[in-house]
Write a protein that binds this ligand. Structure first.
Ligand code: XMP
Length: 310
């Protein structure tokens, strides 16, 4: 693919659609939203307002890391603290699709609706890619960022129009465009991370305490497997519990699943055959997290499993 031509076309098209108006976009620090942020800034300059919404579901240190990285690149990012709002919306929900829709609603209707009204923007620049659309339309999973394809008219429902410059690209092409745009490898080579963030890795209710557990496990897995060259790796918190022993006492503890997969475009995935010593090191660190007394390695490819658990 000719990345330069793609970039020029998208810049022209964003300028034409937005005209003299204002646009807003949410940066998550993933490849897709980072590429959209740079494209949007090239097209609109300071007529694009970029926000990072802290939804309480982020990885350790993520909001501060992403905001400072883009600030260094000369792109100002406003950090919006919406943690309480998301935790309220998720309280009591255990069904995967209900959790996903609560996140979509809180993000697009409540938080974004408000930000758009306050900023006077009429356009939302959005990092939807082809795979998100395909999997949602085929009914495999409702991706958090799909609106129109699910029959939601954002203009009517939320008061803004959505622009999706990446909707014909797959992940590998988005990474290429990011490299040509000059994004650093920390971003362009970053492993995929789902929009619903750590909520996609908690089976059952999402609470602050359960988020802290999966966040700690995620940090360990990312540290241990960062150099492995796998497509994606993660920690998942199950809703079951298991009996264990800690300090000589019986403990009915939490169970963490570790997943590490290879894939080209996330449509199919195979499990990485990690050496026993690596698995043991990960397991020892994970079972040192307070309340966690089991660590399992997931051997299931996609299909029949999906990559995420929720
Ligand atoms: P699944 O679990 O569907 O994941 O096999 C395929 C790839 O997509 C990521 N994923 C998401 N990305 N919003 C996203 O932006 C989502 O709602 C979402 N769900 C899954 C997942 O991490 C994997 O790379």
């Amino acid at each position: 693919m000719d990345c330069e031509a793609f970039i020029q076309e998208q810049i022209a098209s964003i300028r034409q659609i937005v005209g003299g108006g204002l646009a807003i976009n949410a940066l998550s620090g993933g490849v897709d939203s980072s590429v959209v942020t740079v494209l949007g800034h090239r097209a609109l300059g300071d007529r694009l307002k970029t926000v990072f919404v802290d939804n309480a579901l982020m990885r350790q240190g993520e909001p501060q890391y992403v905001v400072s990285l883009f600030t260094q690149m000369g792109i100002p990012v406003e950090l919006i603290d919406a943690r309480a709002e998301f935790l309220r919306a998720l309280a009591g929900l255990v069904d995967p699709e209900e959790k996903r829709s609560a996140i979509t609603r809180t993000f697009y209707r409540d938080v974004f609706g408000r930000l758009v009204r306050q900023s006077g923007a009429r356009f939302l620049l959005h990092g939807t890619i082809l795979t998100d659309i395909e999997e949602t339309v085929s009914g495999i999973k409702r991706q958090h960022n799909i609106l129109t394809q699910l029959g939601i008219d954002p203009e009517q429902e939320y008061g803004y129009q959505v622009i999706e410059p990446l909707k014909e690209l797959r992940k590998d092409a988005v990474r290429q465009v990011g490299r040509v745009l000059g994004l650093p490898p920390e971003i362009t080579e970053r492993i995929p991370f789902p929009g619903p963030a750590l909520a996609a890795r908690i089976v059952g209710e999402v609470t602050e305490e359960r988020l802290a557990t999966v966040r700690a496990a995620t940090a360990i897995v990312e540290e241990e497997l960062g150099d492995w060259g796998a497509f994606q790796y993660m920690a998942v918190l199950l809703s079951d519990r298991a009996t264990g022993i800690r300090n000589g006492q019986r403990e009915f503890g939490e169970i963490i699943v570790v997943r590490c997969i290879d894939s080209v475009d996330a449509r199919q995935a195979s499990v990485v055959e990690l050496p026993w010593s690596k698995l043991r090191a990960i397991s020892e660190r994970i079972t040192a997290i307070p309340g966690v007394n089991r660590c399992l390695y997931d051997l299931t490819p996609k299909p029949p499993a999906t990559i995420e658990y929720v």
